[in-house]
Design a protein around this ligand. Structure first.
Ligand code: HEC
Ligand code: HEC
Ligand code: HEC
Ligand code: HEC
Ligand code: HEC
Length: 273
């Protein structure tokens, strides 16, 4: 009997607190969602045809993950549904094929320059690939060397020249991954890795800028230079690891020595007692 009376009195107060908490939580979630939802996304998400197709692929892209939305690429006013796609509000629309490198190159400036100077850039509008030929437009993901593959790179010419570039870059990539692993272990042990981090960052940037020129000779020679620099960096890290190992052994000896001394002292005292 008591239990039945308990319910309407105490449980509701608990429930009320829980509900209040839930309400506050969902309110703040709605606030966050409203901050990121633009009129572009709202209207285009509701479309079924050509206008809606961009939304899903974009959602899982590296651009969405970094806060680059529809209006960052296409321009326009993301806050005013009535004038969103007005050229007066900076709407750029869809770029023509020859306009794509400039369209993406507003943000990827260095890559646009390398590309425009390359054999690919010189063939723009004449059968050469643009940024979206290799990366896509809405579904763009973080790059890996897997982007250089037979299916993609033999669409216009034999794969062989692509394979050479990939082979030169693969070894550099492996060295970078190896050093990253070593640095991570050092960090776990509390070692200061700032200088090494900086060197690796600089080498990685140079390495990632190599590709868009598609100059096989330059990729090969620059890669072997970078591989040399990476090998030196790896050696200096190897030395640090060895020194730490030595210090550990020395530490063990000191402790063992202290124990032996204590034992001796104890024995000597016993003999005199
Ligand atoms: C009120 C609805 C609405 C809003 C808001 C809206 N759009 Fe659109 N948009 C459309 C429709 C409808 C089309 C035509 C789709 C089709 O061709 O099927 C379109 C087409 C486009 C196209 C293709 C244009 C072309 O030349 O083919 C782009 C790009 C685009 N919108 C981007 C944006 C961006 C960026 C924003 C926000 C700044 C935005 N839209 C806001 C409804 C909207
Ligand atoms: C990274 C830049 C980028 C972002 C972000 C982006 N777009 Fe695009 N979009 C493009 C490019 C480039 C094209 C031209 C496509 C091509 O040539 O392959 C395009 C084409 C389109 C088209 C025309 C499609 C067709 O079939 O002709 C529409 C519509 C569109 N985008 C809408 C959107 C909407 C809506 C969003 C946000 C969800 C969005 N875009 C986000 C770069 C972008
Ligand atoms: C022929 C195919 C191809 C074309 C054309 C192309 N890319 Fe790339 N892109 C790649 C490949 C392959 C990589 C990966 C190289 C690597 O791992 O270092 C890459 C890497 C990138 C990266 C990552 C760079 C980094 O620092 O990690 C960006 C950003 C990029 N491309 C943007 C562009 C833009 C913008 C254009 C047009 C101006 C373009 N790409 C044209 C194939 C291409
Ligand atoms: C408004 C600025 C902006 C525009 C325009 C833009 N991007 Fe990006 N892009 C970014 C940002 C920010 C990132 C994420 C940070 C980074 O990796 O550089 C990114 C990342 C990328 C990456 C992955 C780089 C990596 O580290 O692996 C590729 C590939 C890429 N963009 C290609 C393109 C292509 C192709 C276009 C044109 C269709 C384009 N971007 C247009 C800003 C932009
Ligand atoms: C849309 C067509 C197309 C695609 C896709 C394409 N290429 Fe090319 N590529 C060309 C054209 C056009 C040239 C310049 C004419 C020639 O040398 O055949 C070229 C030239 C090259 C060259 C020679 C550069 C020089 O200076 O001699 C290399 C290397 C190359 N491409 C690598 C690649 C790689 C790697 C990929 C894949 C990520 C790729 N290409 C995808 C069209 C394409």
């Amino acid at each position: 009997m008591n239990r039945i009376f308990l319910l309407p009195v105490e449980v509701p107060s608990l429930l009320r607190s829980a509900l209040l908490l839930l309400c506050l939580l969902s309110l703040s979630l709605v606030a966050v969602a409203q901050e990121t939802a633009t009129v572009c996304l709202q209207c285009h998400s509701a479309q079924t045809g050509r206008g809606g197709k961009a939304v899903q692929p974009w959602k899982t892209s590296i651009h969405a993950a970094n806060g680059i939305s529809c209006h960052d690429c296409h321009g326009g006013d993301p806050k005013d549904a009535a004038n969103a796609m007005s050229p007066a509000r900076g709407f750029l629309g869809v770029p023509k094929e020859t306009g794509i490198p400039a369209f993406c190159g507003r943000c990827h400036v260095g890559i646009r320059e390398d590309y425009l100077q390359s054999a690919h850039g010189r063939a723009l509008g004449k059968g050469g690939p643009t940024c979206v030929t290799c990366h896509g437009s809405h579904e763009i993901e973080k790059v890996t060397l897997e982007l250089i593959n037979e299916k993609s790179c033999s669409r216009c010419h034999p794969y062989e020249r692509a394979a050479k570039i990939k082979a030169a870059m693969e070894k550099t990539e492996q060295q970078i991954v190896g050093i990253e692993g070593r640095l991570d272990r050092f960090k776990g042990e509390g070692v200061d890795t700032e200088t090494a981090d900086k060197s690796l960052f600089a080498i990685r940037n140079t390495y990632h800028r190599l590709f868009h020129e598609v100059n096989t000779a330059r990729v090969t020679s620059e890669s072997s230079k970078l591989q040399g620099e990476l090998a030196r960096l790896d050696q200096s890290l190897q030395k640090v690891a060895e020194q730490r190992a030595k210090r550990k052994i020395a530490g063990t000896f000191v402790v063992a020595g202290a124990l032996v001394a204590a034992l001796l002292f104890h024995l000597v005292r016993k003999t005199y007692d």
